[in-house]
Design a protein around this ligand. Structure first.
Ligand code: FE
Length: 201
């Protein structure tokens, strides 16, 4: 099987946020789609290692902010490459506002947000798949949605050509594992992608 084929599937990129017992958190997701429009229903897959995933599974509520052109790598670093288990991602984050459900949504470099309530949770092993009814939706700008291809080609920092480092590089976030052999069960410490998403340097 050629795993590169999976990179041909088109995706947007989103910040999904949750709120539980006074704590706010959010993470980057790409696996989102509108499943039905009567009612307006989304499906969303999140890696269960993410604190946001745990929070949604307990509270059944989330906001989804759609990232648009103008988003820089810092947004992905902030929400994607650090964990809410160790960092308060909203402690000094200015570009967020609470919607009616009390959950933050992102106000900068976003073109829309949704507030949703989960109706089903399906255990997919590494990920949970949430089926959710949309309670509110608002357009925030006319900028086009950023795609996963945009992220790979224009947003992600380019690898340093001069780097003498030997080892394996995560194709998702650029993290470098230094070592001859990458363990089969290796998980990228930054973006949580598996060994199959690494390439040899
Ligand atoms: Fe990574």
């Amino acid at each position: 099987m050629d795993n590169q084929a999976f990179f041909k599937i088109g995706y947007g990129l989103y910040v999904v946020t949750a709120h539980e017992n006074g704590k706010d958190n959010g993470c980057i997701v790409n696996a989102v789609m509108q499943a039905t429009n009567t009612p307006n229903r989304l499906v969303l897959a999140i890696n269960r290692e993410n604190l946001t995933c745990e929070m949604i599974s307990r509270t059944n509520r989330f906001n989804l902010s759609v990232l648009c052109h103008g988003t820089d790598f810092e947004m992905f670093r902030h929400f994607g490459f650090q964990s809410g288990k160790t960092v308060d991602k909203f402690a000094d984050f200015q570009d967020a506002r609470r919607s009616e459900n009390g959950i933050y949504y992102i106000t900068k470099n976003t073109n829309a947000y949704f507030s949703a309530t989960t109706t089903q949770t399906i255990d997919l092993g590494t990920h949970l798949l949430f089926v959710a009814d949309v309670d509110a939706a608002e357009v925030l700008s006319d900028q086009p949605t950023v795609t996963y291809t945009d992220y790979q080609e224009k947003i992600k920092p380019k690898p340093e050509k001069s780097s003498e480092k030997k080892g394996w590089r995560c194709k998702i976030c650029g993290y470098i594992y230094e070592g001859e052999e990458l363990p089969e069960d290796f998980i990228c410490p930054l973006c949580k992608h598996p060994a199959s998403d690494f390439e040899r340097l």
